[in-house]
Write a protein that binds this ligand. Structure first.
Ligand code: C2E
Ligand code: MG
Ligand code: MG
Ligand code: MG
Length: 283
């Protein structure tokens, strides 16, 4: 064990490596059983308008491992991608989100929308458009209330193919809007950006947490201007403080998301938030 660490560093590191490999193997095996074992849950985080009204919800996957407890997506989504498990898991998240949004749309929240994260691996599947079409048919979901999030980095991995796919999706189901997630972290080429059939830029939370830095504020302002000149809307993610809220309220931002308003919460909690009808905004 670590007793030998000082004497023999090689042993120390290799034990750490073995532990990593074991953990990774355990997560991979666990993930294969997670869907059937009802260990996965979709949580939702509100997207709020300038008066505190809830306009939409981002679907965020949660895995409650029977032994390890709650495992964050950043830990298991990459494994799901490498093993292709993201394909069935992603379809499951889409189906659950479409079911829930349809239920809410039918219960008096007609315009409430849901945004669903898609991995590149998932979006590049040859039958992805059929999959989306079938889920919409099965759930009776209004496609105007379904939006898809693709990360900027993911889009730029194979931009030509992805743009083709996006255009195909738009021609099949024109009501679906596409968001560029984590915008500003992915080194988009501006020439591609102008040709993306996307509707909404999602400003990455790393910019929001650095608003005290004047240079960073300039970057945020130019992202907002860029969105406007590309005739796209924008969302701000990661608003945690009143100062951050004030900055975007000042810009009349109509889509704000962050712990300041609410963490991602379970379906039951969302129902309570919706009944309270708007989230508190301090003046
Ligand atoms: P993302 O899509 O960029 O989601 C935003 C992340 O920021 C979420 O983390 C959310 O909980 C967190 N967040 C929200 N507000 C705040 C805030 O005010 N401050 C801070 N520090 N963080 C905030 P989460 O839920 O851990 O998800 C992490 C990532 O995992 C997501 O990033 C997304 O890339 C991925 N992910 C989650 N669910 C799915 C899914 O169903 N499918 C796929 N493909 N990826 C998913
Ligand atoms: Mg997202
Ligand atoms: Mg994001
Ligand atoms: Mg992210």
């Amino acid at each position: 064990g670590s007793k030998n660490a000082g004497k023999n560093r090689y042993t120390f590191y290799s034990e750490e490596m073995v532990q990593k490999i074991n953990e990774r193997w355990e997560l991979e095996q666990g993930l294969k059983k997670a869907m059937a074992g009802n260990e996965l849950e979709v949580h939702y985080q509100p997207i709020v308008g300038s008066s505190g009204n809830i306009r939409g919800l981002e679907a965020l996957l949660r895995w409650y491992h029977p032994v390890m407890g709650l495992i964050p997506p950043d830990k298991f989504i990459p494994i799901a991608e490498e093993t292709d498990l993201i394909v069935p898991i992603g379809t499951w998240v889409l189906e659950k989100s479409c079911q829930d949004i349809t239920e809410w749309n039918n219960n008096g929240y007609e315009n409430l929308y849901v945004t669903v994260n898609f991995s590149t691996k998932q979006f590049e599947q040859p039958d992805i458009i059929d999959t989306i079409t079938h889920v919409i048919e099965r759930t009776g979901c209004n496609p105007s209330n379904l939006k898809i999030e693709l990360t900027e980095t993911g889009i730029m991995q194979a931009p030509d193919e992805t743009i083709k796919k996006m255009n195909l999706l738009k021609s099949e189901i024109p009501e679906i809007e596409i968001l560029i997630d984590d915008f500003g972290t992915g080194y988009s080429s501006l020439s591609y950006l102008a040709n993306l059939p996307t509707d909404i830029l999602k400003i990455d939370l790393s910019f929001v947490s650095k608003l005290h830095d004047p240079n960073n504020r300039k970057v945020v302002n130019s992202i907002i201007n860029l969105a406007e000149s590309l005739e796209m809307d924008y969302v701000t993610e990661g608003i945690e403080s009143e100062v951050e809220l004030a900055f975007f309220q000042d810009k009349k931002c109509e889509r704000m998301q962050g712990y300041y308003f609410s963490h991602p919460v379970s379906k039951d909690e969302i129902v309570k938030l919706l009944k309270a009808s708007s989230l508190p905004l301090k003046e």
